[in-house]
Design a protein around this ligand. Structure first.
Ligand code: 5GP
Length: 214
């Protein structure tokens, strides 16, 4: 049982990988994550908790756990969240226990979260695999932010500023995947996941009996 502030224990070689897909707002994390889940059905998606209202078609427990601000604050207090952040006036967070139990059962877990949250996970669980989804160029990012709809010039400018600050965090990640095309981005991520599973440190325990030292 974790006490508040404890790191997640490194649970050994047979545990799943914790994959953290993050990047600036407007880069297309949600789209890439959905496409990846279609492609790699064994990866378990961590459903986040949020205080924002459901959008048309969103289902509680599938897209998010929709909770009140009060309930969210209780979860923070009781250390039920692996990370959390405030984003455009709402709270978003990752339920801790689900992630721990799924990893311990040997399955890979993917978090699709914004950058502040990803940096918290990195502090608590440095053995996670941190993937930064980058826009092909800044013009494209601006188009996506403007394309989202009703925002005025000032709001677009603020979002661009925020996105530029988020880009600065790229250096903290293990991999940078350019989202020029969703299918391509997914193939790159799939290659990373396969390679991560084949790392010597995750394989060698299966071959101990072949090795002289033991
Ligand atoms: P949206 O409201 O569009 O679904 O999500 C807004 C932003 O919150 C996106 O950048 C999304 O990646 C991020 N997000 C979703 N769930 C979480 C979470 O559990 N923690 C953090 N830190 N960010 C999240």
């Amino acid at each position: 049982m974790n006490k508040p502030g404890d790191e997640i224990e490194d649970m050994g070689n047979d545990n799943g990988l914790l994959l953290v897909l993050s990047g600036p707002s407007g880069v297309g994390k949600g789209t890439v994550c959905s496409a990846l889940r279609q492609r790699m059905k064994d990866i378990v998606y961590s459903v986040s908790v949020t205080t924002r209202a459901p959008r048309a078609g969103e289902v509680d427990g599938v897209n998010y756990f929709f909770r009140t601000k009060q309930e969210f604050e209780r979860m923070i207090e009781q250390d039920e969240l692996l990370e959390w952040a405030e984003y455009v006036g709402n709270y978003y967070g990752t339920p801790r226990r689900f992630v721990e139990e799924t990893l311990a059962s040997g399955r890979d877990v993917i978090l699709e979260i914004e950058v502040q949250g990803a940096m918290q996970v990195k502090r608590k669980f440095p053995q996670g695999i941190f993937l930064f989804l980058a826009p092909p160029d800044l013009e494209e990012l601006k188009n996506r932010i403007v394309g989202r709809g009703t925002e005025n010039e000032e709001a677009v400018r603020k979002r661009m500023e925020a996105a530029l600050a988020e880009l600065e965090l790229m250096n903290q990640y293990d991999y940078v995947v350019v989202n020029d095309e969703v299918g391509q981005a997914c193939r790159r991520i799939e290659a990373i996941i396969i390679a991560e599973h084949l790392r010597k440190d995750r394989q060698i325990h299966k071959f101990r009996k072949w090795l002289k030292e033991e």
